[in-house]
Design a protein around this ligand. Structure first.
Ligand code: KIV
Length: 272
């Protein structure tokens, strides 16, 4: 059965919500088959697929293109498209029009955008118009310039109170879930306790109602990327490099392709 925003919301207190990111058809298909509740087309694809240093340069057109590819690979998971930097900040009208494009043109089920109280009216405009929204507070990478780097948020008491107020504002504006990124686990537990929608943690400890990781990080695709909260569930980067080197060596030595991997002439003796 297809996961919907109301079904995800109803997971609170019942089952942990599982989420990973995807930006392409093949990965999305595997995540869907693996039974993930949510697939996030995160704007982190700016870093992982497009090679940018931050998420700031990625455009609406690029996010639509990747979201559509993900949607084509999915049957059951809920596909959430990340709204890129400056696609929702200029005005609530612009946010509504751009969020609508993710559902209408790319086939996404929901959108995600960063920010707390500051975004509450914008999010309400979207949810009142039938667009499911996932919130995102704590470390919000689109504000990396203002934050002065990728740092744990909510360590000071005043910051913690501000994040609790942000979570309450998001809940009131109608989000179906809230991503908590890089906040102390005790604070994540307080926020999780305080809101009626699932919290989806990344670097926020085990008390959250669900977890999300960037897929290429948990697969170990790029060994130079190693945030301390990421557990590597595979070392695919090393495995891929080993395969690429083996291919290069076999082609260079003339060992590939052999007869088993090429076609004989139709009238040639069959190979036994
Ligand atoms: O862009 C992304 O991948 C995200 C996750 C880190 C939550 O926003």
């Amino acid at each position: 059965m297809k996961w919907t925003a109301p079904r995800i919301k109803a997971c609170k207190g019942v089952e942990k919500v599982t989420c990973l990111t995807a930006g392409d058809f093949a990965t999305a298909h595997l995540l869907d088959e693996a039974g993930l509740h949510l697939i996030l087309v995160g704007d982190s694809l700016a870093n992982t697929l497009l090679g940018y240093e931050t998420t700031l340069p990625v455009t609406m057109e690029q996010m639509l293109h990747h979201t559509a590819a993900v949607v084509r690979g999915v049957k059951q998971s809920l596909v959430v498209a990340d709204m890129p930097f400056m696609s929702y900040q200029v005005s609530d009208e612009q946010a509504l029009a751009n969020a609508g494009r993710f559902l209408k043109e790319a086939g996404a089920d929901a959108v995600k955008l960063e920010g707390g109280r500051l975004r509450a009216t914008c999010i309400r405009r979207l949810t009142e118009n039938g667009i499911p929204v996932m919130g995102h507070i704590g470390l919000t990478p689109q504000s990396v310039r203002a934050m002065g780097g990728y740092k744990v948020q909510g360590r000071l008491p005043a910051e913690a109170e501000a994040l609790l107020a942000d979570a309450a504002a998001l809940e009131a504006s109608g989000v179906f879930a809230i991503v908590l990124e890089c906040v102390p686990r005790e604070l994540a537990a307080r926020i999780t306790e305080a809101v009626s929608v699932p919290t989806i943690g990344i670097g926020a400890g085990a008390a959250c109602d669900g977890q999300v990781l960037v897929t290429s990080d948990m697969l170990g695709i790029d060994s130079s990327v190693a945030p301390s909260f990421v557990k590597r569930f595979a070392e695919l980067g090393e495995a891929m490099k080993t395969a690429f080197v083996a291919y290069r060596d076999e082609v260079t030595a003339g060992r590939f392709p052999d007869d088993a991997h090429s076609f004989p002439r139709p009238d040639a003796e069959p190979v036994m």
